[in-house]
Design a protein around this ligand. Structure first.
Ligand SMILES: NC(=O)c1ccc[n+]([C@@H]2O[C@H](COP(=O)([O-])OP(=O)(O)OC[C@H]3O[C@@H](n4cnc5c(N)ncnc54)[C@H](O)[C@@H]3O)[C@@H](O)[C@H]2O)c1
Length: 255
C-alpha cells in the first residue's frame, strides 16, 4: 500500500527554494519521493539545499533564476523540463518584503520592486507552468500569498498589495484552467520564523517585536515545517478537489 501523501513521480518546482519556507518544503517533498527543482537567485544556498536532499537519497537539482525577469523564468522552466520532464506542481514562493513604514513614506522604488518580485514573478512563473501543464494534461500551481493578501496590513501596504494581487491571479486562473485539469491554489501564512521575518524582528523595537510574535491567539510565530506540511499535502493528489482556494496558516489570526 502506498503511504499517505506519496509524491513519487511528481516533478515539483519551487522558487525561492534556498531559504525559509521554500527550503523546508523542498526537503519535505523530496523525502516523500518527489523530483524537486530548487530554484532561487541565491545559488550558494540553493545548491546547499540540493546537497542536503541528495545526501538523504532524494532527487533534486538547483536552477538559478530571478523570478522578476521574464527571460530568466522562461529559461528556468525549459531547464526544469529538460531535467525531469514537464512540471507537475509549481510552488511560486520566491518573495521579498519591505521595512514596515507608513505608506506615504515608502519609496516608489520599494513599491515597484515588491511588485516586480512578488506579483510579476508569480505571473511569469504561472504562465510558464501553465504552458507545460496544458501540454501535459494538467498540473497544480501553488502560490505563496500571505494573510497580508487577505486583509489589511498597515505599514506594509506595498507588500500587502502584491499579495492581494497573487490572490487575484490564483482565483482567476483556477476558474480559467479547471477544465484543463490545472488546479491553482494559494497558501497564506502569517508570521513564520524565517530569515525574512527574523530580519524584520531584528530591526523593530521590543514592543513591536512582541506584538508581531503574539499577533495570533497561539501567541507564537509559525515554524517553516508547519507550512511545508500543508504544502506537501497540497502537492499530493489528496487535494484533488481543491482549486481557487487559499489555505490560511496563521495560528488563528484571522479567525
Ligand atoms: N515568513 C513569513 O512570515 C511569511 C508570511 C507570509 C508569506 N510569506 C511568503 O512566503 C514566501 C517565502 O518567504 P520566506 O519567509 O521563506 O523568506 P526567505 O527570505 O527566507 O526566502 C525567500 C527566498 O526567495 C528568494 N528570492 C527573493 N527574490 C527573488 C527573486 N527575484 N528571484 C528568485 N528568488 C528570489 C530569496 O533568495 C530567498 O531564498 C514569500 O513569498 C513570502 O512573502 C512569508
Amino acid at each position: 500500500m502506498k503511504s499517505v501523501g506519496n509524491l513519487e513521480n511528481k516533478h515539483i518546482l519551487i522558487t525561492g527554494g534556498a531559504s525559509g519556507i521554500g527550503a523546508a518544503t523542498a526537503l519535505l517533498v523530496a523525502s516523500r519521493g518527489a523530483k524537486v527543482v530548487v530554484s532561487d537567485q541565491n545559488r550558494q544556498q540553493g545548491e546547499a539545499i540540493v546537497e542536503q536532499i541528495c545526501a538523504k537519497g532524494g532527487v533534486a537539482t538547483f536552477i538559478a533564476a530571478d523570478v522578476s525577469d521574464s527571460d530568466s523564468v522562461i529559461a528556468l522552466f525549459a531547464q526544469a523540463k529538460a531535467a525531469y520532464g514537464p512540471v507537475n506542481v509549481t510552488i511560486n514562493n520566491a518573495g521579498i518584503d519591505h521595512k514596515p513604514t507608513p505608506m506615504h513614506l515608502v519609496d516608489d522604488a520599494v513599491f515597484h520592486r515588491n511588485v516586480a518580485v512578488n506579483l510579476a514573478g508569480v505571473w511569469y512563473c504561472m504562465k510558464q507552468a501553465i504552458i507545460q501543464m496544458l501540454d501535459n494534461g494538467g498540473g497544480h500551481v501553488i502560490n505563496i500569498a500571505s494573510v497580508a493578501g487577505l486583509h489589511s496590513a498597515p505599514t506594509i501596504a506595498a507588500y500587502s498589495a502584491t499579495k492581494h494581487g497573487v490572490m487575484g491571479l490564483t482565483k482567476s486562473a483556477a476558474v480559467e484552467y479547471a477544465k484543463a485539469n490545472i488546479r491553482v491554489n494559494a497558501v497564506c501564512p502569517s508570521f513564520i520564523r524565517t530569515p525574512m521575518v527574523e530580519n524584520v524582528l531584528a530591526n523593530v523595537d521590543e514592543r513591536v517585536r512582541n506584538a508581531m510574535i503574539k499577533a495570533n491567539p497561539m501567541k507564537r510565530l509559525g515554524e517553516v515545517e508547519e507550512i511545508a506540511g500543508a504544502l506537501a499535502w497540497l502537492c499530493s493528489d489528496e487535494s484533488s478537489f481543491m482549486t481557487g482556494q487559499s489555505v490560511v496558516l496563521d495560528g488563528g489570526m484571522l479567525a
